[in-house]
Design a protein around this ligand. Structure first.
Ligand code: PGA
Length: 231
């Protein structure tokens, strides 16, 4: 694993934007993998500030709430439209698990097939949850997992509930790329900032087991960690 130590989240997000732009520009025929959440917002703003224009034509989202309307502000597909497609004037397609072509029971399998057909992804952006989840692969997820519907852990529900105006409307299930799906990307850019993530990162690196989904990715030759933490 290559490690980039940075002084702040902002510096790390700027670096991630630079690396993402360079890698995706080098392989314009390959799709990319996008993530959502607070950490990634800063990467997308940095890309927009730099005037980055995607050369790739397909992007795959890591995850989405199960059954959520694509019009909902809480939909990750919707978030990517607002934070990636619109500011970067992206003319291609973002494939979102559980949405559009990938809705319904066969959706996860069709999503996997689309990645196999169009992939490998040149680069996948990744964050980590306070509880160690990668996408919605919660602690205990199989390292061989593929795209599937999962139940969210109580800790994840608690930390994401703040984003929902009506807490009762928060889905308790999601569709997520599996750990082995994620591992197919040529490069993995993992961004981890802030003390709240320190335990999850250090447990995965220093004491990895089934409860640390990141452990599934540690032997990936293209894994690059960008962090402001000492672990
Ligand atoms: P965050 O989410 O960037 O909003 O902290 C990361 C995650 O839960 O994977």
């Amino acid at each position: 694993m290559k490690i980039h130590r940075v002084k702040s989240a902002g510096q790390g997000q700027a670096l991630a934007a630079e690396l993402f732009a360079g890698i995706s520009d080098e392989s314009p025929d390959c799709p990319v993998g996008l993530a959502t959440g607070g950490t990634m917002s800063g990467v997308y703003s940095a890309l927009a500030t730099n005037g980055f224009r995607p050369k790739f034509s397909d992007a795959f989202a890591l995850d989405e709430y199960q059954g959520i309307s694509p019009a909902s502000e809480n939909s990750y597909g919707n978030e990517l439209t607002r934070k990636f497609t619109e500011p970067l004037n992206f003319q291609g397609k973002i494939h979102v698990p559980g949405q559009g072509d990938y809705a319904g029971e066969q959706g996860p399998e069709e999503f996997e097939q689309a990645i196999t057909k169009l992939g490998p992804l040149s680069v996948q952006l990744l964050g980590i949850g306070v509880n160690g989840h990668i996408a919605f692969n919660e602690p205990g997820s199989s390292f061989n997992s593929k795209t599937r519907v999962v139940k969210l852990h109580q800790e994840t529900i608690k930390s994401n509930l703040v984003y929902f105006d009506d807490p009762a409307s928060m889905p308790t299930k999601a569709v997520t790329q599996g750990l082995s799906t994620i591992k197919q990307a040529s490069k993995l850019l993992l961004l981890v900032f802030g003390e709240a993530k320190a335990f999850a990162l250090s447990k995965a690196i220093n004491n990895p087991d089934e409860s640390t989904p990141l452990a599934a990715l540690l032997d990936h030759p293209g894994l690059e960690l960008i962090t402001d933490l000492n672990y």
